[in-house]
Design a protein around this ligand. Structure first.
Ligand SMILES: Cc1cn([C@H]2C[C@H](O)[C@@H](COP(=O)(O)OP(=O)(O)OP(=O)(O)O)O2)c(=O)[nH]c1=O
Length: 188
């Protein structure tokens, strides 16, 4: 069986991949996360996931590499990770009382084979008060997360409803990934 490597430094992705019960190691890729401003959101997440997987694949050519990327999309705008508190505040104010999409792209690279897919989950936020936003910003939870919130943490209190895969919002659509690996006849 080939080695499995998660091309990620995210502790949440590690936790989710562990659900497959296949031994793996994780290697953070230091790829930049720039993208073309006119690219479509689903193209961006797939491209970034593939960039991460390919960069790790160079050092581990015989392993199965999985890369992933998560973004928040509101009214065609892509919200990545906030750069500072003010940026996080602006994102949360925009998400308040609205429905946004969370897209996670996944790339599986194994030798000359490349397989990519993405999942879209719609998340509706309650209308947030300025006090709720301030309190959340002070928690520090915003900073390493797309859209400046974490559904798995204190950010759960903002969520009125969700349609789609919860785990994809957290960073890895694990049940779909399991099925895609099966289709590729990997780890059977
Ligand atoms: C919307 C949302 C995002 N996120 C996270 C998932 C991703 O880890 C992060 C978006 O950044 P990413 O660039 O997708 O990933 P990362 O930098 O954390 O990890 P790596 O590139 O090494 O794999 O936002 C949550 O944890 N909860 C949420 O509710």
């Amino acid at each position: 069986m080939p080695d499995l490597i998660l091309a990620s430094g995210s502790p949440r992705r590690k936790e989710l991949l562990a659900k497959l019960q296949i031994p793996f190691t994780s290697v953070a890729s230091n790829e930049n996360e720039d993208f073309q401003p006119n690219a479509l959101p689903h193209e961006v997440v797939v491209e970034l996931a593939l960039r991460k997987a390919k960069s790790v694949s160079k050092d581990y050519p015989d392993a199965v590499i999985i890369g992933a990327d998560t973004i928040v999309v509101l009214e065609q705008d892509i919200l990545g990770k906030p750069v500072n508190r003010e940026h996080a505040k602006q994102m949360l104010e925009r998400l308040s009382g609205r429905t946004h999409a969370v897209l996670t792209g996944v790339a599986i690279v194994f030798e000359e084979r490349i397989h990519c897919f993405y999942e879209k989950t719609d998340v509706t936020f309650w209308k947030l008060t300025p006090h709720e936003i301030e309190h959340y910003l002070t928690s520090g939870e915003s900073f390493d997360k797309a859209g400046a919130y974490g559904i798995q943490g204190l950010g759960s209190l903002f969520v009125q409803s969700i349609q789609g895969d919860y785990f994809s919002v957290v960073g890895l659509p694990i049940s779909r990934l399991n099925r895609e690996l099966n289709k590729m006849m990997l780890f059977k």
